[in-house]
Design a protein around this ligand. Structure first.
Ligand SMILES: Nc1ncnc2c1ncn2[C@@H]1O[C@H](COP(=O)(O)OP(=O)(O)O)[C@@H](O)[C@H]1O
Ligand SMILES: [Mg+2]
Length: 357
């Protein structure tokens, strides 16, 4: 997939911008706080996923303005397409002239893979970030997965509400029995999708990480199911065996909302023992691998968005990344484009105060 034109109106600190990228590497450079990340964020919104920076749509609208509008012309293997996102209090999306019921309907129509420094939390923080990573990744290739998640979360909310408020053991049991089957089925389905995804992404992550570390290190990961370290049991069995514990804890202690992914480098936990460079490389490998999986799954090369990624890597790693992504459209932001420019052909955009110079 290629973006041919991006047009922004009242988007954060950008009053108006028209960007005509090339098919290869596009470098967006400038000092801090000029609007580089804002450009990548605006592109990312067309994936139909939530922004990596704000959860409130209204934050995208320039201070003091009523709405913002982003338009993109892009080509996929089949045809040229257009999409528009209009934001006021919330987002509305139009694809090829047709207004979509919800911006989430864009999922898998406009594939993109983004790395931002905040993504390091994937390795550093608790399991929430890792679940978010895998869930968004699957949503991009299987939009139905988003539905599955939201149905599971709805039931989870009800289940937790009953566990929290009920003083009456019998009533609680009765309610749990009532929703157990549906809840277990949804949870099991999510688990299966996540496993399929991890199995699919593993060979790419391994290869990319090996390349980034010049063959010196090895990455591996495994899915950790809360309440079942063996991975042998069905969710219906896990949830049943934790029922008494759930009732006394007044919340649901097991399920996909509590699972985790263990990421190891050379056999030890990257989170506990990894150096900054190793964590960064692991996060990058996961993101670049995500792009490979998207490509294999939907047959379309995703646009790659790399926010502030190059500056902290040595020349060898930068070189590996640029080589790895050379046949795709990439947007890279940085303060100093020198080293990237030397290594790649492509187009540069200098941005200052939300304007292209
Ligand atoms: N809704 C908004 N309206 C106007 N300016 C905004 C809005 N949201 C963020 N900004 C401004 O955008 C700038 C940051 O842009 P960003 O793309 O993160 O910079 P960088 O070039 O460092 O990546 C900041 O100056 C911030 O105040
Ligand atoms: Mg930035």
């Amino acid at each position: 997939m290629k973006i041919n034109k991006l047009e922004l109106k009242n988007y954060r600190n950008i009053e108006y911008m028209e960007l005509l990228p090339c098919d290869g590497v596009n470098i967006i450079y400038g000092e801090n706080a000029q609007g580089k990340t804002n450009i990548l964020e605006s592109i990312f919104l067309f994936t139909g996923l939530k922004s990596f920076r704000s959860s409130k749509d209204s934050e995208f609208v320039s201070f003091g303005k009523e709405f913002s509008k982003i338009n993109v012309d892009f080509s996929t293997a089949l045809r040229d397409q257009t999409a528009e996102i209009k934001i006021s209090d919330r987002r509305r999306a139009v694809l090829n002239g047709v207004t979509l019921a919800s911006p989430t309907a864009l999922m898998s129509k406009f594939p993109a893979s983004l790395f931002s420094p905040g993504f390091m939390t994937l390795i550093q923080n608790g399991p929430t970030e890792r679940r978010k990573f895998i869930d968004s990744a699957i949503c991009q290739i299987k939009p139905k997965y988003a539905l599955l998640l939201s149905e599971y979360n709805k039931l989870l909310k009800q289940r937790n509400a009953v566990l929290k408020d009920s003083e009456n053991y019998k009533d609680t049991k009765l309610f749990l029995d009532c929703i157990n089957e549906a809840f277990s089925n949804l949870g099991e389905e999510i688990y299966k999708e996540r496993k399929i995804y991890l199995d699919g992404i593993l060979p790419f992550v391994t290869e990319i990480y090996e390349g980034l570390s010049s063959g010196k290190e090895e990455i591996s990961f495994s899915y950790i199911r809360k309440g079942d370290k063996t991975g042998k049991y069905l969710f219906s069995e896990i949830i049943k065996s934790h029922e008494t514990a759930d009732i006394s804890a007044k919340m649901t202690l097991t399920g996909p909302h509590r699972d985790d992914i263990d990421i190891n480098i050379n056999g030890v936990s990257a989170r506990s023992f990894g150096s900054q460079g190793q964590k960064r490389s692991a996060a990058i490998a996961l993101k670049l691998a995500e792009a490979e999986v998207i490509k294999n799954f939907i047959g379309e090369q995703p646009v790659i968005l790399l926010d502030d990624v190059m500056s902290e890597l040595d020349a060898k790693r930068q070189d590996y990344i640029l080589n790895h992504i050379k046949d795709r459209q990439v947007f890279i932001t940085c303060c100093e484009p020198g080293s990237i420019l030397r290594m790649s052909e492509g187009k540069t955009f200098n941005i200052k105060d939300g304007r292209l110079l």
